[in-house]
Design a protein around this ligand. Structure first.
Ligand code: AKG
Length: 269
C-alpha cells in the first residue's frame, strides 16, 4: 500500500485557485477504500449512535431511503478508522499546499446515498462552518464510482471567488436539505465524475451539491472531511473540538450560528 505523502504540483495548485476545486486521482488504494466501506457498513449494521447516527427501520422510514441510511455525523469522534483517515498524512500534505499553512481537522461525515435517495441542493459549506478569516476546504472521498445517475457531486466554478449567498428554499422532492443557492448568472453547475479512492478538494465558498440517486440499485457512498487553516480565529461551535493532524485539540473563538453542513428539513416530504 502506498502511503507516501506527496505535495501538489504548481499546475494542481493553479487549478484549485482558478476553479475552486481539484480532483486528485487514486489518492487512496483499493484496500483502503474497502476498509472504509466495511467500517461504515458495519456501523450501519450495528445500529444507532445517539446524536451522530439514527437510522430508522424500513417500517419507520415510510419509503424514504435516507431515513434508513441517514448521513453519519462526526464518525471520527467514535471510530478509529474514520479518525485515522481524517488525519491521513497524504491529506495533510495536500491541504498544507492548498491553505498555505498548517491545516486543522474540523469534521467528518459519511453519506450512504442509496438508490432512490434525494441529493443535497446547491450550497456553500462556509455558510455553516462560519470560518473567519478565510474559509474551509472539503476533502470528498467517493467509496463507489460516482456519476450523474447515482448523484455525483456538482460544482459551480467561479463561485469560490464570490461572497456567501443568502440561500433560497430548495425543492424538497430533490434535496434532503432545505437551503438552495442558485448558480449566479453566467455560471453553471458541472458534474464531477469520480472513482473510489479519488479525492475532490474544494473551497468552502464554492457552490456545490448533488442530485438524487436515480439508479436502480447503486449506492453512492462518500466519506467527507472538512478542514480549516491554522490562522482561522472563529468558527461555528458545532465543529468543536478541532484537531491538529497530531490529534491535539484546538479551541477557536465562537462565531454565532452555523451548524451541520446543510440544514435538514424535518417532517414529511
Ligand atoms: O455528498 C453529497 O451529495 C453532498 C455533500 C456536500 O454537499 C457537502 O459535504 O457539503
Amino acid at each position: 500500500m502506498v502511503t507516501t505523502a506527496r505535495h501538489l504540483t504548481a499546475n494542481q495548485r493553479k487549478t484549485f485557485e482558478d476553479d475552486g476545486h481539484l480532483v486528485v486521482r487514486g489518492l487512496f488504494g483499493p484496500d483502503e477504500v474497502r476498509l472504509l466501506k466495511e467500517t461504515f457498513m458495519q456501523m450501519h449494521a450495528d445500529g444507532p449512535v445517539p446524536g451522530f447516527f439514527e437510522p430508522k427501520s424500513a417500517d419507520e422510514a415510510g419509503g424514504d431511503p435516507l431515513k434508513m441510511y441517514p448521513r453519519i455525523m462526526h464518525p471520527h469522534r467514535f471510530n478509529d478508522v474514520a479518525r485515522r483517515y481524517l488525519l491521513d498524512p497524504r491529506l495533510e500534505a495536500i491541504l498544507t499546499d492548498l491553505f498555505g499553512e498548517e491545516p486543522l481537522a474540523a469534521q467528518t461525515m459519511l453519506y450512504f446515498k442509496p438508490a432512490g435517495a434525494r441529493g443535497q441542493a446547491l450550497h456553500q459549506d462556509n455558510f455553516y462552518l462560519k470560518v473567519e478569516p478565510g474559509t474551509c476546504i472539503a476533502a470528498w472521498v467517493p467509496l463507489d464510482p460516482t456519476d450523474e445517475e447515482n448523484g455525483c457531486l456538482n460544482v459551480v466554478p467561479g463561485t469560490h471567488k464570490m461572497d456567501l449567498f443568502c440561500p433560497e428554499e430548495a425543492d424538497m422532492s430533490e434535496s434532503f436539505t432545505r437551503d438552495y443557492v442558485a448558480p449566479p448568472p453566467g455560471l453553471e453547475a458541472v458534474p464531477v465524475r469520480m472513482q473510489p479512492g479519488d479525492v475532490l478538494f474544494f473551497n468552502g465558498t464554492l457552490v456545490h451539491g448533488s442530485g438524487p440517486n436515480v439508479s436502480k440499485d447503486r449506492f453512492r457512498r462518500s466519506f467527507i472531511c472538512h478542514y480549516i487553516g491554522r490562522s482561522a480565529e472563529r468558527m461555528s461551535t458545532w465543529y468543536r473540538p478541532i484537531l491538529t493532524f497530531a490529534g491535539e485539540e484546538v479551541t477557536l473563538d465562537a462565531n454565532a450560528g452555523g451548524g451541520p453542513c446543510g440544514t435538514e428539513a424535518t417532517g414529511p416530504h
